[in-house]
Design a protein around this ligand. Sequence first.
Ligand code: GAP
Length: 435
Amino acid sequence: MPQPDLMDKVVALAKRRGFIFQSSEIYGGLNGAWDYGPYGAELKRNVKNAWWQSIVHFRDDMIGLDASILMHPRTWEASGHTENFADMLVECKKCNKRLRPDHIQGGKCPQCGNTTFSEPRAFNLMLKTSVGAMEDSSSVVYLRPETAQGIFVNFGNVIDSTHRKLPFGIAQIGKSFRNEITPGNFTFRTREFEQMEIEYFCRPEQAEAKYQEWIQARFNWYLDLGMKKENLKLREHAKDELAHYAAGCTDVEYQFPFGWSELEGIANRGDYDLKQHAKFSGKDLQYQDPVTNEKFFPHVVEPSGGCDRATLAFLVDAYHEETVNDAVRVVLKFHPKLAPIKVAVLPLLKKNEGIVAMAKKIKSELQKEMVCVYDDTAAIGKLYRRQDEVGTVFCVTVDVQSLEDKQVTVRNRDSMQQERIPLERLSGYLKEKLS
Ligand code: GAP
């Protein structure tokens, strides 16, 4: 069930607590671009780190890559983006607004109400810029619309430098740009975004099994990071949705407050991409089996997710409201791995020098092992509420008694249970609970 209220609450919280701001807001903002504030930057970084760890570090068959955003323009001819990466648009004959034909409401332009439009034309979604001192057709380059092609064009380099054997995959996280006609739903559809993409190379006869394995692996990744199962589902593309070369594609969808929408796509792409780059570059991009010397183009399974979309889904999924003592408690119940702040150290009395000194010392020790903050800018109830709203997993409170018994109170974000823990056990206790 769509829940527009929930989206409004998440957007308001994201701004109020420093997760996500409108880009260049003081100038009126820029449509389709967003800035991550202090907590959002931590959250998004944690999403990327969790992905990189599970995909690159925890698997023997994966390696990482970090390719440039600007690529040779021939790349996009080979990939088909120059010709086919387009939306059909019409232009309002009165106000010149460009819009998709399906966005015309009741035959009228939503901006000016006019009823006459140009014939539909293909509008390429790649953002253009130029390199070097001259601005002519020879200097045109594109801001990449996907990170995937950076992997394909480096396939030969990776094989030559690492001597990898099939099956293996290359993973990359990075910015992509699309001149989306209708950016919207907060950070769901933007013009600048980050992707987390994998190209998994295998023998043709392995492709179907690897495709199925990746669908499950990617679905489970979201579950393992605490996403609610009822908010996740797989959607297999119908045959007529597939590119002509693809053998299959399945989306991981999330139930956003505005409805079920794609988080990530897993595609069984055949050998199309490497063949295209071999053809356009004139380079031999075939794989040579080290035992049989047989040469062939590997097949590719491509799990391709959006980092901003995943971050938004984790944010929405974590949002929780409950009534405590007749007041609404808003808490972001992030998985500990994703929580921007793991521990907040809070002095119960900010005017007591002993308490403040002890709290600051605890924070400076703990921050060597986990992301911590110290806060003494309000009364304890307010401090707890602030930490709940940014999803801090534990609050450690230092009080007068702590000075005597060298124990502190540890408050659990989700249960609000409090426990006295001796200082010498504090770090071990927190690390165990956070792992
Ligand atoms: N290489 C394949 C590819 O790029 P895609 O379905 O166009 O496939 C993959 O994009 C993922 O990138 C999407 O599932 C989504 O998470 C993210 N993504 C795509 N366009 C986006 C946009 N305009 N804003 C935010 N994320 C986007």
